[in-house]
Design a protein around this ligand. Sequence first.
Ligand code: FAD
Length: 462
Amino acid sequence: VLVEQLKDIVGPSGWTSDATDLEPHLTEWRDIWRGNTLLMVSPDSTEMVADVVRACAQSGTSIVPQGGNTGLCGGAIPDRTGKQVLLSLSRMNRVRAASAEDFSLVAEAGCTLASIQQAAADIDRFFPLSLAAEGSCQIGGNLSTNAGGINVLRYGTARAQALGLEVVLADGTVWDGLRTLRKDTAGYDLKQMFIGAEGTLGIITAASLRLYPAIRNPETVLVAVESPDAAVALLAILRAELSDQLQAFELMSARAVRYVLNHIPSTSFPLDQESPWFVLLETARQTTGDDFAALFMSLYESALISDAVVAKNRSEANDLWRLRHSISEAQKKEGASLKHDISVPVAEVGNFIRVAETAVTREVPGTRVVAFGHVGDGNIHFNLSQPEDWSAAEFAEQGQRLASLVYDVVDSLGGSISAEHGIGQAKREQLLRYRGETETGLMKAVKAALDPDNIMNPGKVI
Ligand SMILES: Cc1cc2nc3c(=O)[nH]c(=O)nc-3n(C[C@H](O)[C@H](O)[C@H](O)COP(=O)(O)OP(=O)(O)OC[C@H]3O[C@@H](n4cnc5c(N)ncnc54)[C@H](O)[C@@H]3O)c2cc1C
C-alpha cells in the first residue's frame, strides 16, 4: 500500500525500483556499505517531500535521505532489510533566489556544490565551500555533514555559511526558516540542530546561504617544508602577516604526492621532490606582488621553507590543486586503505602525526602512512595504505585495532574522531566511547524530541 501511495505522490518520473538504476545509490564509492530499499523516491518539491514523509510516518516506515552519496561513512546508505525508503534530493536542484546586495542566495538541497559556486559567481560573489567532491555532492548533504573543505581556514565550515534552512520534520510538517538575517536573537538557533545531523532529525529541503566578495587576486603557492611542525610554524607566520587573506593551507606528504604522480595521468610537480613534506596554500592577496615575494624570500632565508613556486596563472594554480585533490584517488591504486578524518588543535598537528605514525607502524610494521589535509583547521586525513606484501583483506581486518590506536592519540590531544565525513554507520561506537554519556545523552534527547518514532535515518550517528 505504502509503495503505491509513494508512487502516486512523486509521479512516474519520481521513483525507481530498477536494480540497475538503484545500484549507485545502494553502495558508496569505496563499496564498504551496501543496503537495499523498498523504493527510491526523488521528489521535486518541498510539498512532495512532506507528503512522502507523512505517508512514511503514518506507516512507521523509516527514511534515508541521500544527496550526492559522497559521504563515505554509510550515512546515506539504507540498511539491508529492504524496508527503508531511500529519498534522493537530486531533483530539488533549483536556485530560488540570489542577491548581490544581500550577499546571499537561496538554493534547494539537491543543488550540487559546484552549481552553487557558479550561481554565486554569476552575480560576482563567492561561495567559499570547496572540496574535491564538489561536482557531485549536494548542498543538503554538505549541511547535513557540516562539510569543510579547503577554505575553512578563512570562512568556516558549512555551518558558518547557513543563514537559514527549510526542513521537513519527521511528521511531515515543513519548518520554513529560510531567513537571510545576519543577526537574529529570537530564541534557540534551530537550524544548527539540523546541520551536521546526517538526516537523523529531518530532511533539509532548502537553505539560505551566505555569500562573500569575489576573490580578485588569488595567489597559489606550493612550498617545501621539513616537517609538519615547520608547516604549523609557517601557518602561524603567514596568518600573522596576511591576516584573513590566507584562505587555504594544505599539507601533503612526499608519499601522497608520489602516489598522485605515479597514478594520475597528466600530473606534474614543479618542485624538487626530495623534500619530505609540502604545503599548498592560497591567498586572496591585498598586498602588492613585491611585498609577497619579499615575505617568501625571508621565509626561505630563515630556512623555514626550502623551496617554493608561485602559480603564474589560473591554469598553473589548477594544476597544483589537481595534485592535492587527486590524493585519495591515487591512494586507491596502492591497495587497501584505512582512513581517519580527524582533527586536533592546530599546534598539535605535528605531534599527532608523529605519535600516531609510531603507534600504527609498531602495531602493523610496513603500514604506509599517507597523511595530508587541512592543517589550517587542524584536520588531517590520516590514511593508511596496506603493507606492500600484505593482501587487502588481511589489512582490512586490522581496521578496528588501528582505528582505536589512532583515535586514542586524537583523544589524548583533545581532538575529534570525526572532522569531515561524519559519523554515519562507521563511527557510532566511537562517538559513544569518546564523547561520553553527558554529551551523547543530550544528543539522544534531541533525537527523541524531534523524531520520537525513530523514522529519520535510524541506525546512523546515535
Ligand atoms: C573525493 C572526496 C573528497 C572529499 N573531501 C571532503 C572535504 O574536503 N571536506 C569534507 O567535509 N568532506 C569531504 N568529503 C566528504 C563528502 O563529500 C561530504 O561529506 C559531503 O558534504 C557529502 O555530501 P553528499 O551530498 O554527497 O551527501 P551524502 O553522502 O548523500 O549524505 C551524507 C549524509 O547526509 C544525509 N543527507 C544528505 N542530504 C540530506 C538532506 N537534504 N537532508 C538531510 N540529510 C541529508 C545523508 O542521509 C547522510 O547521512 C569528500 C568526499 C569525497 C568522495
